[in-house]
Design a protein around this ligand. Structure first.
Ligand code: ADP
Length: 311
């Protein structure tokens, strides 16, 4: 096993009659971003809390770098986590919040300044957290996760509630952390939040593993991709594409929905036939629907449970 992996073995967690996590096993490896995907209530937070030793498994085990997280000499140097960005002392300044965390983990003051810089909060470090927006709190949570310069990062819904610029920022940051060779586990209930970020996907539903796959394979195996194609010569183009074994639906006068061929191939075929294209766009919604399809059964089962078992 590589040194900085996260390993979940036959992990199960029951809360009374509710089984939040059911015999879950997977490995999260360094050097890439792993998206941890599942509908709300699928068991993502519970799994992350067990990895971090904040919740006790009913059975099974979770290891970080080959041992239980709580047995690391300085846990913050082993793995950093963003769990609930709201769970910080509102009366403290950002600086003092991080300093207190650093002190209790034997981490120096200089690192506090460094991480404030990394997350772009240096200018507001002296402000009380109560005045922070959700996006600023999220950045502060990420700063805390980075304090120990850990090789492993566990981020629970890090882009939840962020504006597009915040989402872009988190995406760039996690990609660079993975590029540095770190292990990054990034949860979300929305495919769209991880599709441009994750290299690998672990999908769960009702506490069970649904898929453990590279993003590339997931995209290939997902429902047929659709490519939206607009051309002033759409009728001729439709014939050319059908001849190349594509499935073509005519959306309107000049717009086609094409499946069975990637965008590049469609563009090449159009060029070879001397046909002009005004638009060629792979439809992102097909990804979200592949994910929905994958998890639907799990969601339906959940919805049928008595309300008393929901949180
Ligand atoms: P996710 O993070 O994927 O949204 P959670 O791990 O938060 O899912 O929740 C999984 C299931 O476990 C849900 O049905 C939730 O209601 C239940 N659950 C989570 N924490 C507790 C708890 N402390 N007590 C009782 N049930 C819980």
């Amino acid at each position: 096993m590589e040194p900085h992996t996260i390993e979940v073995r036959e992990l199960t967690k029951r809360y009374g009659a509710t089984t939040a996590v059911a015999g879950l096993s997977f490995v999260v490896r360094p050097g890439r971003v792993t998206g941890f995907l599942g509908p709300n209530g699928a068991g993502k937070s519970t799994t992350m809390r067990m990895i971090l030793g904040l919740d006790r498994p009913t059975s099974g085990a979770a290891l970080v770098g080959g041992r239980p997280y709580t047995q690391a000499p300085v846990p913050m140097r082993c793995a950093g986590a963003l769990l609930d960005a709201a769970a910080v002392h509102p009366g403290r300044t950002a600086y003092h919040h991080l300093l207190a965390l650093a002190r209790s983990n034997g981490i120096g003051r200089r690192r506090v300044d460094e991480v404030l810089g990394v997350v772009g909060l240096a200018d507001v470090a002296g402000r009380r957290i109560r005045a922070f927006s959700l996006g600023m709190r999220q950045r502060l949570g990420i700063a805390a996760a980075l304090l120990g310069d850990p090789p492993v990062l566990i981020l629970d819904e890090p882009v939840n509630g962020l504006d597009p610029e915040g989402i872009r920022w988190v995406r760039t940051l996690v990609r660079s952390l993975a590029a540095e060779g770190r292990t990054v586990l990034f949860s979300s209930h929305l495919m769209s939040e991880v599709e441009d970020t994750a290299d690998h996907l672990i999908v769960i539903g009702r506490g069970r593993l649904i898929a453990d796959t590279t993003m590339a394979d997931f995209l290939r195996s997902g429902r047929q991709h659709h490519v939206r194609v607009r051309s002033p010569q759409s009728a001729r183009l439709a014939r050319v594409l059908r001849d190349a074994a594509a499935t073509v639906d005519v959306l309107d006068d000049d717009t086609l929905s094409v499946s069975g061929l990637p965008s590049e191939r469609i563009a090449d075929l159009a060029a070879e036939a001397g046909l002009r294209l005004y638009e060629l766009s792979a439809q992102r919604t097909s990804l979200e629907s592949a994910f929905m399809e994958l998890t639907q059964e799990a969601v339906q089962y959940r919805a049928a449970e008595p309300l008393g078992e929901q949180r």
